[in-house]
Design a protein around this ligand. Structure first.
Ligand SMILES: [Zn+2]
Ligand SMILES: [Zn+2]
Length: 298
């Protein structure tokens, strides 16, 4: 029994649908039929691999193309929940029966691997045991994918580009909305969302509110200023106290932010720091054996 991980395998049969022709077209937005019993599990910010199985196309269907080898041909992002709908763009199909209304999910192609697919035969010769369904294939349109397998495949591919230009990061309400929208996203997507926030307007405003000080240095009685920048403001960083990848409610919001110097920022990530309490009013932590209480600024 595979758990739902937020990562997916999208199975593709070239005899039904010419994925090579589709990928050549450069189309980015599409939808994919999902298995009925997976329909409630899809959500914005999940990621998937498109796996092509045996290519049984006949000569006419190949239309001068080479048969595809079994492998991973794309990385996709799930854009939202499943909907019961007709195939809206009946392009590239060999099979005229599109099945009418089916559970489909909108996806975005983040990485097109048509020129450099990750071949199943190569994965088989690795020492790691990848997700069984990815290697062996499965009679289904979708299957959950083990997180570790996904991460290892991405390591082979290199970075994938997630783009949040359609999202708004302007106000606290935007952040609350984003949090709801990405509630079931995979950890790396949540983390990327948080980085946008840390670089964005909200973080800028928050830095102003804390006076560009390191809130930890300040509490410890040390000089809370890092250095003055050319624009006259002090350099300071923002940190999400509760790791955003956990995405507990409120973790993207400003009540989960503190401003810190680069040193304390590193220490929060890599050092021995115990968070003893974190709510919207105060943060209690133990750092270098010393307990401190930071009042949250709103
Ligand atoms: Zn500090
Ligand atoms: Zn941080």
């Amino acid at each position: 029994m595979t758990d739902f991980t937020g990562y997916w395998i999208f199975f593709c049969n070239p005899k039904k649908w010419n994925i090579d022709e589709f990928l050549e077209s450069g189309t980015i937005y599409d939808n994919f039929t999902v298995r009925d019993w997976h329909k409630d599990q899809f959500a914005k910010g999940q990621l998937g691999l498109v796996r092509v199985g045996h290519d049984n196309r006949i000569k006419d269907q190949l239309n001068g193309r080479e048969k595809l080898e079994r492998g991973i041909y794309a990385v996709v992002e799930v854009l939202g929940e499943t909907e019961l709908k007709e195939e809206p763009a009946p392009d590239y199909w060999n099979d005229n029966d599109l099945g009418g209304k089916k559970y489909r999910v909108d996806i975005k192609y983040l990485k097109n691997l048509l020129d450099k697919p990750i071949l199943i035969k190569n994965l088989k010769s690795d020492s790691y045991n990848y997700d069984k369904h990815l290697i062996d294939g499965f009679q289904s349109s979708t299957m959950p994918l083990e997180a570790e397998t996904f991460n290892r495949i991405i390591e082979k591919i290199g970075e994938i580009n997630l783009d949040f230009t359609d999202e708004k990061f302007e106000s606290e309400e935007d952040i609350v909305k984003l949090e709801k929208k990405y509630k079931n996203a995979v950890p790396e997507v949540k983390t990327r969302v948080s980085k946008y926030i840390e670089r964005g307007k909200i973080a800028q405003q928050f830095k102003k509110k804390t006076g560009f000080k390191c809130q930890i240095c300040d509490e410890l009685g040390d000089d809370p200023y890092v250095f003055e920048k050319e624009n006259g403001e002090y350099y300071i960083e923002t940190h999400h106290i509760d790791a955003v990848s956990n995405l507990n409610e409120g973790s993207l919001g400003i009540s989960n932010l503190i401003t810190v110097c680069p040193n304390h920022h590193r220490q929060l990530h890599y050092g021995k720091v115990d968070i003893l309490g974190n709510n919207k009013d105060e943060l209690k932590l133990k750092i270098d054996g010393e307990e401190i209480l930071i009042n949250k600024i709103r």
